[in-house]
Design a protein around this ligand. Structure first.
Ligand code: TXA
Ligand code: MG
Length: 348
């Protein structure tokens, strides 16, 4: 009989996060398998970061290019020191913001397989604050490498059901920890050059908060980078398209609602089925109902917008909208992170 290479799809199960289930998933990680789990930012797809074979399973399940390195999740500062060289400034950030939605990039130690870091001499590390993630790391007793638990290039999942939509058949267990509180991925900050702390990805932790503790932080792709002729993206993931639903995304500035209404009228003239995502302004009128748009989601706070953005993107795909019309958030705090995701997703 000839041997075929086709793998049988796994029978994917969403599990409540009881201690027993977390321990069982930790055993899976120890055995070299992959498990999806809740974090406070987005759901992750995890494997033992010190097991090169297990890491390959993550890339396979996601369809992720192997030159895009992973974030390693640990549960304490001591564990960071086992896999990376922690600089003084990085220690300040760790003390102020971890556990939480911050990832730091440091020079890696040799025990970390190249598969995790895509051959770079640096490693991205984060201590998540979600109790399910923390308990899983403790119980597995190893660093857990985990990218977002979506198929490459689709929006990160913020619920167990959305992980299931993407990875059914490819992962056996999904540890359900409810909707992710923050809803956007962690902020990624590069400390590997002590003189220049560089923001590689805006995310769940606002830049302003980081600057209070660390002083000025430069944004990657600043004018200076161009002048310096820096070519290779320092955050390899940046060169890939991200966060995009299948539905077209149109983005308008956060100015008056008139800009939003004009764009909406135009889309309705073109007979489009539109989902509107907007921030409710104080004293703003609810004129939208009169326009008879298909669905309007008005967020009361920017935090709510961040939390629901990827969720709404995915729901729009399911409900077959033609266009998601998004109003940007004010350019402060996590509003900047929302706007960065909108800019990346914009298609029309
Ligand atoms: O909130 C999050 O960060 C989630 C949860 C699961 O922790 N994870 C996540 O992972 O968003 P992922 O793989 O989707 O995004 C990680 C980003 C990528 O853009 C990757 O290129 C970058 O971090 N990255 C990883 N290692 C790096 C390194 N050594 N140097 C620079 N960038 C790195
Ligand atoms: Mg991702």
């Amino acid at each position: 009989m000839t041997k075929t290479n086709t793998k049988q799809p796994l029978d994917t199960k969403i599990l409540v996060s009881s201690i027993q289930n977390i321990d069982m998933c930790a055993e899976q990680i120890k055995k070299g398998n992959i498990v999806a789990f809740a974090t406070e930012t987005v759901y992750g797809l995890g494997a033992n970061a010190l097991d090169a074979k297990a890491i390959k399973k993550i890339f396979e399940a996601k369809g992720r290019p192997s030159d895009n390195p992973l974030i390693v999740h640990v549960d304490s500062v001591e564990k960071i020191e086992q896999i990376a060289f922690v600089t003084e400034k990085a220690k300040r950030a760790v003390n102020a913001f971890m556990p939480g939605p911050l990832t730091i990039v440091l020079k890696k130690k040799p025990n970390v397989p190249d598969e995790v870091t895509a051959g770079l001499d640096t490693i991205a590390i984060r201590i998540p604050s979600h109790p399910v993630a923390l308990q899983l790391i403790k119980s597995a007793d190893c660093p857990i490498a985990a990218p977002s638990a979506n198929i490459s290039q689709s929006p990160s999942p913020t619920t167990a059901a959305h992980v299931h939509d993407d990875l059914s058949g490819k992962v056996q267990y999904i540890l359900d920890g409810g909707s992710s509180d923050i809803g956007l991925e962690s902020t990624v900050l590069d400390f590997s050059n002590e003189d220049k702390i560089t923001l590689l990805r805006e995310g769940g932790l606002p830049l302003e908060d980081l600057c209070v503790v660390l002083g000025p932080i430069r944004a990657f792709e600043s004018a200076q980078d161009v002048e310096d002729g820096i070519e290779a993206p320092r955050c390899p993931g940046l060169k890939y398209k991200h966060y995009s639903p299948f539905t077209m995304v149109a983005v308008v500035e956060y100015k008056s609602d008139d800009v939003l209404i004009d764009r909406l009228k135009q889309l309705k003239k073109e007979q489009k089925k539109v989902l509107v995502l907007r921030l409710l302004k104080k004293g703003g009128k609810d004129f939208f109902i009169k326009l008879n748009s298909d669905k309007i989601v008005s967020f009361e706070t920017v935090d709510e917008y961040a939390k629901s953005l990827f969720y709404e993107f995915r729901e729009a795909d399911k409900q077959e909208f033609d266009v998601i019309l998004c109003q940007k958030a004010p350019a402060v705090g996590i509003g900047n992170s929302v706007n960065s995701r909108l800019e990346k997703a914009a298609t029309c």
